[in-house]
Design a protein. Structure first.
Lengths: 349, 349
DNA sequence: TGGCTGAGTTGAATCCTTTCACTGCCTGGA
DNA sequence: TCCAGGCAGTGAAAGGATTCAACTCAGCCA
């Protein structure tokens, strides 16, 4: 039942502890006949290395953790997959922790990860206020890379996407199609991303179409249900008072708005054009394929992981970097009825 | 930089090692003044327990792992969240590993989890052929619970949903609405779930509507794209030769079919009724809300985790169980135009 | 033959926590 | 006054892998 340990392997193979360890970690220094004898013993006894002992000695584990706000949000699963690729090919292991937008759970995870002396941490923290907890981790020598929060903090790296540019892209596209009454649906505005995307849209309108108006509809959250609610409210207005275009802070909201409008017989894009944000795979799969501002989700994860590995390698010489990606607009039917279903690139992975 | 250890805490507080350990693990046996002194020292020195040493001593970690086929499939994220609840409230920690439908990655994860002596494992394995690897884990004393694969194996528990019953539900619903030409879209048929769902549908037709016909359209995978392809093929047929209803092996396929049919001007449900499987949240959020066979996804995860904890607790006395849940049909607009948008229960979590 | 080299191997020390048999001390009862 | 018993606290041992200085030995040259 209990696995054999290195000592039993050594005895069985008729060598010392050190030799077994060498076979495991530096096989080239062991004579090939000895090596084979040890490998046979390992196989025979079903020996499995005890990682706890190994880590205890090494002072550090080889696993990297990613803490996300919501595993069930397709945006994050794509970020995870990107990080996975990099960690995997470096021979490490990525574990995923889900804070579920709950500060207590985030804390619990951070505590346990710190006790485990993880090699490093990728995290999209709950809020900017939680940076002290992260500082403590960093002070204990655990590198942290922020994902999707530009921070400019001097003691950690970060990767993010330029949300202001994203807001611009969406707004410019809509005014380019002649829309002058645009509604921004998103909330709460206390979330930096939500605010930044709106700010970008506002700026674009000011520059490109001074006559155009951007109305804000603040939602309680970023879910499909919140989007449906927004659509209901919008449909309740007299026809003349409705915007001709809606820009949503993320795709879940946009899908909700789409569904709500359809119920009320308001056609997308003929009556109301619609643009979402994130370009999750389900955006392209909606019955009216959704135009969306694409974030390089997997690239975000990959880059974050690379920065982390870099820091782990370079140690104190490491210079922290803040990488900001540019978003990209993907136009589909929901904001341009001339687009066929094939419009837009295939979803990024 | 490097954290203080228990010895330094002991010296700082003027007590012995054992006392510090007692404060940490059995605070009630320590006199309150001493306890406070130790806690102060811990705080002062920023002491963080070293989990490796702890595990080494204990011989076992307290983390539980869940290995899923695809983190980006909403079905699995819901299973994860269910498991998370249970593990969390038991004071453990759940880590998520993604095999990405790749046998090598699955192996790597299993190897590392075994080295880490995890307390237990929830897994939806790649295929039935991989059970030997799991047997090895079990032989080494790591309990394994299969998720979503009924197995009847005598040395492990499993949780699953009755796919034959699910197929029946869908088919009975459709024949109940007068459909006699039904198409089953799903594949590859080598996946047991895909085959079982079809078998259930076939059985239901034989009993309830001997005149009805079930045609099978085998897809290469279970993706949105595959569903779209199926819809294209279907639309290419002369109108009289099309089925009047389509039953898909999962919701991603169904969303693809829905999208494809819409493009070709085929109305859902008026021209073709549509039923999916899994009832992922996006099913209810589709522009034509999708009827679907709901699996108790979160319950699946919860139960799996409970069985695992039970086994970890009971040890050898544990009797392995195989829990099979019954699926439930959720009727929405896609198969019944009389349903409003509010039809169907709110999505299960 | 003696000395030297280098490849191969050894085993004690180390990492940190938990456990448990044990010591001291104190109190209450005889 | 003595003893039993309970409470606090102690410290050595154990858990398993890794590291590294030290050692062995065969081979080679002078």
């Amino acid at each position: 039942m209990a696995s054999a340990n290195i000592k039993e392997v050594a005895r069985y193979a008729g060598v010392s502890l050190g030799t077994v360890s060498n076979v495991l970690n530096r096989p080239e220094v062991v004579a090939s006949t000895t090596r084979q004898r040890v490998l046979d013993a390992i196989h025979k006894l079903g020996y499995v290395r005890n990682d706890s002992a190994r880590q205890l000695r090494a002072g550090r584990s080889r696993t990297i953790a990613i803490v996300v706000l919501d595993v069930s949000n397709p945006f994050f699963t794509d970020v995870i997959q990107g990080a996975e690729q990099v960690v995997e090919s470096s021979g490490g292991m990525l574990v995923v922790c889900n804070s579920g937008e709950n500060a207590r759970r985030e804390d619990r995870h951070l505590d346990m990860l710190e006790e485990q002396r993880v090699q490093g941490l990728l995290i999209t923290p709950m809020s900017d206020g939680r940076h002290e907890r992260l500082d403590a981790l960093i002070a204990h020598g655990i590198p942290v890379v922020l994902v999707d929060r530009g921070s400019g903090h001097p003691n950690r790296c970060s990767v993010a996407v330029d949300d202001i540019a994203g807001g611009r892209l969406a707004a410019e596209h809509l005014v380019g199609h002649g829309h002058e009454r645009i509604m921004y649906v998103g909330g709460p505005l206390s979330i930096r991303q939500v605010a930044d995307r709106r700010a970008g849209a506002t700026a674009a309108l000011a520059e490109r179409a001074p006559r155009a108006r951007l109305e804000t509809y603040e939602t309680a959250g970023l879910s499909v249900a919140a989007g449906r609610q927004a659509a209901d409210d919008l449909a309740a207005r007299p026809e003349g008072e409705r915007p001709t275009a809606v820009f949503c802070a993320n795709d879940l909201l946009a899908l909700g708005v789409l569904q709500g409008l359809t119920v009320h017989g308001i056609r997308v894009p003929e009556d109301v054009a619609l643009v979402g944000y994130d370009d999750i795979d389900f955006a392209a799969a909606a019955a009216i394929p959704l135009s969306s501002v694409r974030q390089p989700r997997a690239l975000l994860g990959r880059t974050a992981a690379e920065l982390l590995l870099e820091e782990a390698l370079e140690g104190d010489r490491h210079g922290h970097r803040h990488v900001v990606f540019q978003p990209e607009l993907v136009v589909r039917t929901s904001s341009d009825h001339r687009r066929g279903l094939v419009a837009g690139h295939p979803p990024a992975r």
